[in-house]
Design a protein around this ligand. Structure first.
Ligand SMILES: *[C@@H]1O[C@H](CO)[C@@H](O)[C@H](O)[C@H]1NC(C)=O
Ligand SMILES: *[C@@H]1O[C@H](CO)[C@@H](O)[C@H](O)[C@H]1NC(C)=O
Length: 262
């Protein structure tokens, strides 16, 4: 997989534009409210790691094609990594034709003291988009537009990546670049001297265990939200260290092997 050049992950201007989401889930069309459109809150939710725990979105291959999800969609971080197709709808004045595909990589926090523009409060289904993505589906001045969206399979290049952080007594794994449904519901880890150890979802997509696995080759067993489980065998050599990332070599989408690279 060709990673983006270092230049790309110095500061990119991220003007976050809010988009009101009409509820069309999994391609099932629902009534989209019209005329219920407000100004963009102009919140900036690009804050380094973000609530999913992903680090540098450019280096991780997500780029600008990402969004921050409101409480109703975020599902306490279980939705992190899911992919959506979005089109602007029912607003001929501001909508542009065509659609975008984004990966959920962050959380749009609710603000319960606000009385208007409460896009990210439950039960609103709402995404914050980068300006670059917003401009692919709507005119700049719109700020907030109703949209239609649906979950789509995530198409990722190369294998699932596993970032290892924490310390010997608190091993923390961040899987990213996940294809298929993209969102993970269970992770297990195996040292080559242990059996499978169930990891606990800590925050975002960080999965943890207190079992000490230093000095052992590591394998991972990942289950995505659709129930598909894959084993990523001997992903990290016994010399693995905290702060390192390893390529799981395979992914959840079909034909993933043809994308494999270092
Ligand atoms: C929440 O909304 C209130 C009222 O608009 C505002 O004063 C406050 O700064 C907001 N809090 C955050 C964390 O954005
Ligand atoms: C675990 O992996 C290490 C390093 O590859 C190897 O030396 C050792 O024999 C393996 N142990 C088992 C039980 O497979």
């Amino acid at each position: 997989m060709k990673l983006l050049e270092p230049m790309m992950y110095t500061k990119v201007l991220m003007i976050t534009v809010a988009i009101w989401f009409a509820s069309i889930i999994y391609g099932q069309e629902a009534e989209a409210p019209t005329g219920d459109v407000a100004e963009a809150p102009e919140t900036d939710s690009f804050d380094g790691e973000g609530a999913c725990g992903y680090g540098n979105l450019f280096r991780q291959g997500y780029g600008l094609a990402t969004a921050a999800l409101s409480t109703a969609l975020f599902n306490n971080g279980y939705t992190c990594g899911a992919c959506y197709e979005i089109t602007c709808a029912h607003d001929p004045q501001w909508c542009l034709p065509g659609s975008i595909k984004i990966t959920a990589t962050n959380f749009c926090p609710p603000n319960y003291t606000k009385t208007h523009d409460i896009w990210c409060n439950p039960p609103q289904k709402h995404f914050d988009l980068s300006l670059a993505m917003f401009l692919k589906i709507a005119k700049y001045k719109a700020g907030v537009v109703p949209v239609r969206y649906r979950r789509v399979p995530c198409v990722k290049k190369g294998g699932v990546r596993f970032e290892i952080t924490g310390n010997p007594y608190f091993l923390m794994i961040l899987p990213y670049n996940v294809g298929g449904t993209g969102d993970i519901k269970a992770v297990q880890v195996k040292g080559n001297k242990t059996g499978w150890i169930t990891m606990r979802k800590n925050w975002g997509q960080h999965w943890t265990t207190n079992v000490v696995l230093t000095g052992q080759q590591l394998s991972f067993r990942v289950t995505t939200s659709d129930g598909v489980t894959k084993d990523f065998v001997n992903v990290a050599p016994k010399t693995w260290g905290f702060g390192q990332t390893f390529n799981g070599r395979i992914n959840f989408q079909k034909n993933d092997l043809s994308f494999v690279s270092s």
